[in-house]
Design a protein around this ligand. Structure first.
Ligand code: FAD
Length: 230
């Protein structure tokens, strides 16, 4: 109760499995008295490209364009574009950020990758030094909630794709933990398209049930052993 949650949601169809999982989270967390904000990236027509348009006013280096450096300078001067600033404000106000998406090419959809690229800029989310356990978002938790096309069996047959945890190393460790986030274990719903209606309903219900006690959960130990050792 009283906790604040940001759901960053990337699916085109409100009636998709991802849409239902997002709705279930909004309902459960709101019922608990949490303040829930949703960034519905496709509805917002969120700009995924990292370009000069992200900075208002003159470049800090007019001879050579370096996006990361320009973003850092613009953050410090308060001249990042409005859409980026709004997302940063939502993160700042959140205790927990849930990412809800269908897995695309063992990663996030491009629109969500663009959100990570543009919003988690140097100065706001991290600095050098000032990353991993010293990352600026260290007082917050992050949780990946996603669906796949492949079934669980396919993922656990190592010769096909390898353990799904390997895939999470770049996103959970390389991006989110790098920025300081504490990582809660992922919510993975395998192959909803190949599941029966009742199995799909159970996927949504079990996500809602997990959220009932989400504030009691401890973060994973986000080091290489979680990902790569049995
Ligand atoms: P949907 O098609 O929306 O859901 C399936 C069914 O559930 C629908 O019929 C819907 O009506 C129904 N449904 C919705 N809500 C409910 C509810 N409350 N109760 C019961 N039923 C409900 N997969 C991989 O495994 N690995 C990859 O690398 C990968 N790369 C991809 C790359 C691209 C570019 C694309 C487009 C897909 C890729 N996929 C991959 C597949 C993708 O991950 C799946 O298609 C996706 O996760 C399925 O989720 P969805 O929400 O779109 O499913």
């Amino acid at each position: 109760p009283g906790k604040r949650v940001l759901i960053v949601y990337a699916h085109q169809m409100p009636t998709s499995m991802n849409g239902s999982l997002k709705d279930a989270a909004v309902t459960e967390l709101s019922n608990q008295g949490c303040q829930v904000t949703v960034s519905d990236l496709y509805s917002m027509n969120f700009e995924p490209r990292a370009t000069r348009q992200d900075f208002l006013g003159a470049s800090s280096n007019s001879e050579f364009f370096n996006y990361a450096e320009e973003a850092h300078e613009a953050y410090k001067k308060g001249c990042l574009s409005k859409d980026v600033v709004e997302e940063q404000k939502k993160i700042q106000e959140a205790d927990l950020v849930i990412f809800q998406f269908p897995m695309y090419w063992l990663s996030v959809p491009a629109i969500l990758k663009g959100w990570l690229d543009r919003v988690l800029c140097k100065g706001f989310a991290f600095d050098i030094p000032g990353y991993f356990d010293k990352g600026f978002l260290k007082d917050k938790s992050a949780l990946l909630s996603f669906t796949t096309g492949g079934t669980a069996e396919k993922y656990f047959q190592k010769e096909l794709r390898g353990d799904i945890k390997y895939i999470l190393w770049p996103l959970q460790h390389g991006v989110l933990h790098f920025c300081g986030f504490q990582i809660l274990r992922p919510q993975i719903n395998f192959a909803p398209e190949h599941a029966s209606e009742s199995k799909r309903k159970e996927m949504v219900a079990s996500w809602a049930r997990r959220l009932e006690t989400i504030w009691d959960e401890k973060p994973i130990n986000c080091t290489s052993s979680w990902y790569f050792e049995k």
